[in-house]
Design a protein around this ligand. Sequence first.
Ligand SMILES: Nc1ncnc2c1ncn2[C@@H]1O[C@H](COP(=O)(O)OP(=O)(O)O)[C@@H](O)[C@H]1O
Ligand SMILES: [Mg+2]
Length: 359
Amino acid sequence: MSSPVTTKPFETTGPGKQVLEITDLKVSFPGLFKTVQAVRSIDLNIGVGEIHGLVGESGSGKSITAMSCLGLLPDSAVVEGSVKVTGHEINGTPEKQLARLRGGGAAMIFQNPMKALNPFFSVGQQMFDVIRCHRDLSKNEIRAEAEKALQAVQLPDPHLALKKYPHQMSGGQLQRVVIAMALACRPRLLIADEPTTALDVTVQAQIITLLRALARDHDLAILFITHDLGVVASLCDRVSVMYAGEVVESGSVGDLFANPSHPYTRKLMSTVPKLGLGEQSLDFIPGQVPDMSSPPAGCAFNPRCDMATDACLQPANKVLVVSKDTDVSGKHWAACHHVTGKKPSSETALSETLEEHNA
Ligand SMILES: Nc1ncnc2c1ncn2[C@@H]1O[C@H](COP(=O)(O)OP(=O)(O)O)[C@@H](O)[C@H]1O
Ligand SMILES: [Mg+2]
């Protein structure tokens, strides 16, 4: 059974620094007959206290991106590019060295909290173990930290919760326990991979409210992975839309929702479930996510795109999206040949603007 919380080591970040900096990340899985290109060059930055949503259909490379941030990829993965957490490079750093430095750089929570916890040990035993591994504290201090963390995630009666076994708690309570374990290690970055997908709508909303409060109160940066744009709208500051191993559009939540520019983003928006109608309201995107061992040439969405032309067989550059209603600072971009927004005068202008944003 895997550990409920995985932390990797890093010092506190300096003021104004990015907590997560992903540059030209590529992850592939070579096989005997074909190579799966799970992530094909992505750039992504998250600042202190910022909540960044990563959305896309199943198979688009979200979890592989998340695992890259913690050096958790399987040995079979070939990784290129750079992933820095609070300035520390993850790629190529030997596991031993990462383990030695362990202590609260980044933590990860997953979709199913039950799978992350050991059914044979009480919540308290598991929390104490995780805290002991990551922080140099006495027995009493560890217990106090565990209770404090359970309080921070608003679990009623932390003292009692520590004595319970996982099967004695609801899914929502367990997800709070897992978040508390992560918090007790004082991470700067929390990576949440579909943490609310398995929960019912009310509990989902409570966890989202909790994560927003934690980001604000603890200056915690969050990479929030979901296939649900509705969740992104209610939680995130910024969002990146991923398709076939690439980010195809990125912007502040306000800009992107006001002016979704990549046809894939617009299709994804039409799949947001309408409250009360459940699965029935889901409008699916025709076609399938491409086979990542032979992704389509050019813009990978072209076989499913209503707007596709011959131009789409060529790779699409990032284009600044500017409209009168939205932020004109250049923080919103899309990689599409048909983007209607103002194009930058040159690729240099775009990269300068994006660099400015990332600085
Ligand atoms: N260990 C692995 N070996 C080979 N291919 C993998 C492995 N893990 C993931 N993949 C492939 O990488 C792609 C991206 O997967 P993933 O990041 O899990 O997608 P998402 O989280 O967006 O649903 C998929 O095509 C998936 O089949
Ligand atoms: Mg996934």
